[in-house]
Ligand binder design. Structure first.
Ligand SMILES: [Zn+2]
Length: 360
């Protein structure tokens, strides 16, 4: 995949290899320069600047996270603390003693550090203002938790993939949380229908596809990220004009195709969570007993009563969103079976032989 001879490269990283063997990626000096530049922008988007002390608790090494944010922080003129991962006890001591105002790590580690700081009685000595959090999917609920646990910081999302450059492909600004600016002077974004590769309809979810415009050692052309998003084309309150994409709605592997329509479980989840009459529990049933499958959504009330009206409202919302006929069943509180262990299973199939939710 390298577009240059190895002696033209100044650095090698590797993808974390979540789907098998790590992918090796090369950088020229100019690529490292772009890598620093886009990470500096990401930190600035979260509210960082030259006066900040940035504590980088992403792993340093072959993984792109640590060095990406490190060079970005230096490029911005901030004071960078290369803490790397692990050893939360030492990390919270450093956050307090060295006066960190910015934190870069995974969102789950940010939450763990806040808990550890509280246990160690250091929370009121730590002066964090912002965080640049990524390298794993995280929800708005986790954002609220992290921001609150650190006493009201701005927790912003950063996105990237080693095959494209590493972190810094896109970043959320603190003024326009919920969508990420793609640094499209370096990485051209497209959102396509994963089934046929054509552009997704305006404002619709699809797979993010990236083309590098300035990369030298390992340029990629229409690289399919596997990540699901949509363009957000309203102007951003921060004034930046880099095109925005919504926070990610899962992976294409999660996508269902029902009567030729792409259905993303995360879209259904968002509609269920947005209705205050509903508890968060739900199930998606693809009924495959007939040649044309039917989509059924089952949810439950937060408090007893009024199921029919709530079901009608959710059905209308889902049909508008998915552009597909949906049958909705809303039951009493506790009617969706709970799972005790692991990630909750939400998607079920109904066949002639097996019915996960028998009538009643
Ligand atoms: Zn913005």
């Amino acid at each position: 995949m390298a577009a240059i001879p190895l002696d033209g490269a100044v650095r090698i990283h590797a993808s974390s290899g979540t789907r098998g063997k790590p992918t090796i990626v090369l950088y020229t000096a100019r690529d490292v320069d772009v890598f620093a530049e886009v990470n500096a922008r990401a930190i600035a988007c979260a509210g960082g600047g030259p006066a900040d002390v940035l504590h980088v608790a992403y792993g340093y090494g072959l993984f792109t996270g640590g060095l990406g944010l490190h060079y970005g922080g230096e490029r911005l003129g901030a004071t960078v603390v290369p803490a790397s991962g692990g050893n939360a006890g030492l990390q919270v001591q450093l956050l307090a003693d060295l006066g960190a105002t910015g934190l870069a790590c995974t969102p789950s580690f940010a939450l763990l550090l806040a808990e550890r700081a509280a246990e160690a009685g250091l929370l009121d000595r730590i002066r964090l203002r912002f965080g640049v959090f990524g390298a794993e999917p995280w929800s708005e609920a986790l954002r609220a938790k992290v921001e609150q646990a650190w006493g009201g910081i701005d927790a912003c999302d950063i996105y990237g993939l080693s095959e494209v450059i590493g972190p810094g492909v896109a970043a959320e600004c603190r003024e326009g949380k919920g969508a990420l600016h793609v640094f499209d002077d370096h990485f051209l974004p497209e959102v396509v229908d994963p089934e046929n590769g054509r552009p997704a309809a305006e404002g619709r979810l699809g797979e993010l596809v990236l083309t590098t415009l300035t990369k030298e050692a390992l340029p990629v052309l229409r690289y399919r990220s596997g990540d699901i998003t949509r363009f957000v084309d309203e102007p951003c309150p921060c004034g930046r004009t880099h095109r925005r994409i919504a926070r990610f709605s899962g992976r294409i592997d999660d996508m269902l195709v029902v009567r030729g329509v792409n259905v993303f479980p995360s879209e259904i989840e968002a509609a269920v969570l947005a209705d205050p009459a509903l508890a968060g529990h739900y199930a998606i049933v693809v009924d495959r007993r007939e040649a044309l499958p039917e989509l059924e959504i089952r949810a439950e009330l937060a408090v007893p009563g009024g199921a029919a009206a709530v079901a009608e409202r959710l059905g209308a919302r889902l049909e508008e969103l998915l552009r597909l006929r949906v049958s909705v069943a809303v039951g009493e509180p506790g009617s969706i079976p709970r799972q005790e262990v692991g990630k909750a299973k939400r998607v079920f199939e109904r066949t002639a032989e097996e019915d996960p939710f028998p009538a009643g």
